[in-house]
Structure formats: structure tokens, C-alpha cells
Design a protein around this ligand. Structure first.
Ligand code: BG6
Length: 494
């Protein structure tokens, strides 16, 4: 299904996200015929650009990043427009009125407008207010939707305040909170794996599952985002949003049907069941770390405190590991170990379901626990690990695996996360966007950890290129477990 005719207004159009992610995503959608010819993009920012210079900039970017060329590129760029305004000044928004009228007329969009906030969060409240002051949020003439990038608040109080502010001008059905992890094919695949097979769901509970690991590891450091990252840290940057959303997909109950309401009801329900952590729990079940300089593959790598934009006495965590519990019938007593960090040995996001061992060891040497490894990225796929007889005398078991690689499913139109989510927003499908109650449930769980960290949190050092502080190994070892050290999921087919 194609997107509705519409005009996409990108606030923060001169920023990094616009040319790294948004414009390439729109370009691909256009190229594969998923955008109607009747769309236009109006870039809005303070920078003094005009239609021509904005187009040229995007044109160059698409050539550089996407290897774009030819007629499609030229035709796509004709749909791009730009309006410079002072985004903090309500009066200046008047300039948008004639521009939008002209674009709605030219492209027959019926007034449908998608606003994308790709600005610093300090403008998230201001822009809706200014749009409303000029009558640009009402749905009398076409739909009006607003996409808000994370972070949705800085803590629970600011998240609530932001929500109140945006809700003054937009109704919940108009608000699309983007968490790009929900746009990833393999995160959605978790739902299909669980709810469209008879095989897994009967085992997906406390009776058969021993524990769950969720890992979001990155090998890069903070790169040139030190200024932003230092005010955020791993907890706000990855855990509060992306990884808790993944946890929700693993742990939620089956929705009655897949639509925005039933899906998001179940997501919110399970996030509300996260066991609130007391200070004592946090002391025993949380490890925070910060990377230090080291040498990786013969190359000197900076420590976090030497990164550009990071104060030299920063106590921001670049690593966190936490043991969580979910208080409901399905999961009572099953720990979820979640960890994320920068400058770890490899880039990998995966979920590992560890099944309980057999109740009685018949053989002298049983196989290790059965595991289902769900690799979200890279090398997307699923690997099932179980024991079979080691050839030869006796009855020794050894671990073998059955592997599925996503790449083997030839799919000509696999969409990236931003492509999928932009398209859904243009079609009015909010299923894969975070709803306000789920966002609050995440903050409610994270807030005591933030408070604990601010008052007495200890940050352990780990060398860049290692799997985090050794304390994280102790955290899980206390319960007789070890972190999986993910490497290549499965052998590449030749
Ligand atoms: C972003 C974070 O939301 O997600 C980044 O701000 C992080 O710090 C990125 O690197 C990870 O996304 P992905 O899709 O590369 O796993």
C-alpha cells in the first residue's frame, strides 16, 4: 500500500538525522514506488538555505551515501523545498502558511501534513505550540500528524511535562513517537516467531525458561556526539527506550489482533509489570561502566573521558548491565539480564532465551542448556542450540545448532527501520510507535536507577574493546550464569 498524498515538514532539516536517515529513507521509498507522486518535503530550520541550495545539498548527500543517480534522483529532488525560520519564534511560523498552501495545491495533498521533529529536544514543546498558534494542527483540512524523535523527556518528570505540552496541541492519535528499534524487521520478527508458530509459545514462560539475556553491544565509541551523549549515557540512550522495547516484544502477551491499540495495550501492560527496583535491588543488580583508552587491532583508541565534548571528570555511563524481573504469571521468577555498551568487542543486538535443563540427568554428560538465539543485528537470524549425541562410544551430548539466516529470504523490498516507520506514519498506522503509557512505564522503571546513580552510583572502568567491567560478569555469576559472548551467529553460506 502506498502512502497517502501528503507534505512532510521536517524541522531540523539542516541537521545530521535529516540527511543521514530521513532523506535517504524517503528517497528509497520513492524509488521502490511506495510514495505517491503527490508528496513534497518542506525542510525547515534556521540555516539560511533556499529550495535550490537545500535540494543541492540533499542531491549531493544521496549520491555520496546512497550511490543514487539518474532520473529517479533528479525527480525525487524536485519534490524537496526549504523554508528558513527561527523555530523558537512563533511569529516567524507565519512564513510556513503560504509555503504549505502552495505545496498542498501543487501536489493535491488535501492538506495532509506530517511534521517531523528532528530538532534538539528543547524545541519539542515549542514547535507544536507555534504550529497551533497558526492553525496548523487542526484536522479540518487533511490529517495532521507529528513524529517525535527520542528522547521523550530526560526523566519521568520531564517526560510527563513534555507529554502534557504536546497534548495541548495534538491528540494522542496524531502523535507518533519514533523508536527506530521497533522499525527493525527482526524486532517485528520476534512477534511473528512467537505468535504465528505453535512450537515456541507453549514453552515461552516460567515453566520452561530459565533466564533471558538481551544484549545491545556497539563497537563504536561516542564518536562526535560526546556533547549529547554525556547528558544521556547508556541508560537514557539505549536502555530506557530501545532495549526495554525489545524486552516488551519478548515478554508481552499475544495481542488479540495486530493493530495499534491491541499491540500497544500489551506492550504497555508488560512494561507496567516490570518489578520496581529498590535501592537494595539496584545495589545488587546493576553495574555501570565507562570505557578507558586501549589498543584495538593495533590501533590506539581513546577513552571516554578523552572524547570530544566530554568533560574530563564525567561520570556518565557508557555501559550498563541490569537484572530485571517481570511480575506476572508468565514470568514470575525468570530473570531478564539486559546489557548495553559502547566500545565493546563487536556490534551485536541479540536476545537469548535459555531454557531449563532436563529434570533428571540420564546421561553422565548432558548438553548445555537449550538456547534460542534471536539475532536482531547484524547477520540477522535465529539459531536454536540443543544437544545431540557425540559420535562414538558412550552417551555424551554435544551442543549443535539449527540456524536460519534472514538474508536467505530473498526479499526485494526489505525496508530499513526509518523507511518502514515513515511509511507507517504516512499511512496512519501507529502500531510500531511508542504510546505515551508505554513511555511512562519505561521511565517509571528507570527513574529509581537514575536516582540511585545520581546519589551513590559507582562507575567501573573497562578497557575499550572488552565486554564491559568484570563486575558485570559477577552480577550474573552470582546466580550461576554467564553472559554469552556473541561472535558470528552462524557460518556464512558459501
Ligand atoms: C541511537 C543512539 O538511538 O541508537 C545511538 O542514540 C546508538 O547512540 C543507536 O548508537 C543504535 O542504533 P542501531 O540501529 O545502530 O543499533
Amino acid at each position: 500500500m502506498k502512502a497517502d498524498n501528503n507534505c512532510i515538514v521536517i524541522f531540523g532539516a539542516s541537521g545530521d538525522l535529516t540527511y543521514r536517515k530521513l532523506i535517504p529513507a524517503l528517497y528509497h521509498l520513492y524509488k521502490i514506488g511506495r510514495l505517491s507522486e503527490n508528496f513534497s518535503v518542506l525542510g525547515v530550520a534556521r540555516s539560511a538555505l533556499d529550495d535550490e541550495s537545500f535540494r543541492q545539498k540533499m542531491h549531493d548527500t544521496l549520491i555520496k551515501l546512497e550511490n543514487a543517480s539518474g532520473e529517479i534522483l533528479e525527480k525525487f529532488c524536485e519534490h524537496l523545498y526549504y523554508q528558513a525560520i527561527n523555530t523558537s519564534d512563533a511569529v516567524d511560523y507565519a512564513k510556513l502558511l503560504p509555503r504549505l498552501d502552495e505545496l498542498h495545491d501543487k501536489y493535491g495533498t488535501g492538506g495532509n501534513t506530517l511534521y517531523y521533529l528532528s530538532t534538539p529536544p528543547s524545541l519539542y514543546g515549542v514547535i507544536p505550540e507555534c504550529l497551533s498558534a497558526h492553525g496548523l494542527t487542526t484536522e479540518e483540512f487533511g490529517w495532521k500528524r507529528i513524529i517525535v524523535e527520542k528522547p521523550f523527556g530526560y526523566d519521568i518528570e520531564t517526560a510527563k511535562a513534555l507529554d502534557i505540552q504536546i497534548h495541548k496541541y495534538f491528540e494522542e492519535h496524531q502523535i507518533y513517537r519514533i523508536d527506530h528499534y521497533l522499525g527493525k524487521e527482526t524486532v517485528q520478527n520476534l512477534l511473528v516467531l512467537r505468535f504465528s508458530n505453535g512450537l515456541f509459545e507453549p514453552l515461552w514462560n516460567r515453566n520452561f525458561i530459565d533466564y533471558v539475556e538481551i544484549t545491545g553491544a556497539e563497537s563504536i565509541g561516542v564518536e562526535d556526539r560526546g556533547g549529547y551523549y554525556d547528558g544521556s549515557g547508556a541508560m537514557r540512550d539505549m536502555f530506557q527506550n530501545h532495549l526495554l522495547q525489545v524486552l516488551a516484544m519478548v515478554a508481552m502477551e499475544p495481542p488479540a489482533i495486530i493493530n495499534a491499540d491491541s499491540m500497544r495495550d500489551e506492550v504497555a501492560k508488560v512494561l507496567h509489570c516490570l518489578h520496581p527496583l529498590s535501592n537494595e535491588d539496584i545495589k545488587n543488580n546493576l553495574v555501570l561502566g565507562q570505557y578507558t583508552a586501549s589498543e584495538i587491532d593495533g590501533e590506539q583508541v581513546k577513552g571516554y573521558l578523552q572524547e570530544k565534548g566530554v568533560p574530563e571528570d564525567s561520570t556518565t555511563e557508557t555501559y550498563m548491565a541490569v537484572r530485571c524481573q517481570i511480575d506476572n504469571w508468565r514470568w514470575a521468577g525468570v530473570p531478564f539480564y539486559v546489557r548495553t555498551g559502547k566500545r565493546l568487542p563487536t556490534r551485536v543486538t541479540e536476545v537469548v532465551i535459555h531454557f531449563k535443563t532436563t529434570p533428571h540427568p540420564v546421561f553422565s554428560q548432558n548438553a548445555p542448556d537449550n538456547k534460542l538465539i534471536i539475532r536482531i543485528q547484524p547477520d540477522e537470524g535465529i539459531s536454536m542450540r540443543f544437544g545431540l549425541k557425540k559420535p562414538g562410544a558412550g552417551f555424551e551430548a554435544k551442543e549443535v545448532s539449527m540456524d536460519f539466516r534472514y538474508a536467505d529470504l530473498a526479499s526485494p523490498s526489505l525496508l530499513t527501520a526509518y523507511e518502514r516507520l515513515l511509511l507507517d506514519a504516512m499511512k496512519g498506522d501507529a502500531t510500531l510507535f511508542a504510546r505515551t503509557d508505554a513511555v511512562h512505564a519505561c521511565w517509571k522503571f528507570v527513574q529509581p536507577i537514575l536516582d540511585y546513580k545520581a546519589e551513590r552510583g559507582r562507575i567501573y572502568e573497562y578497557e575499550a574493546g572488552t565486554w564491559g567491567p568484570s563486575e558485570a560478569d559477577k552480577l550474573i555469576a552470582k546466580h550461576g550464569k554467564v553472559w554469552r559472548k556473541p561472535s558470528g551467529l552462524m557460518k556464512k553460506k558459501v
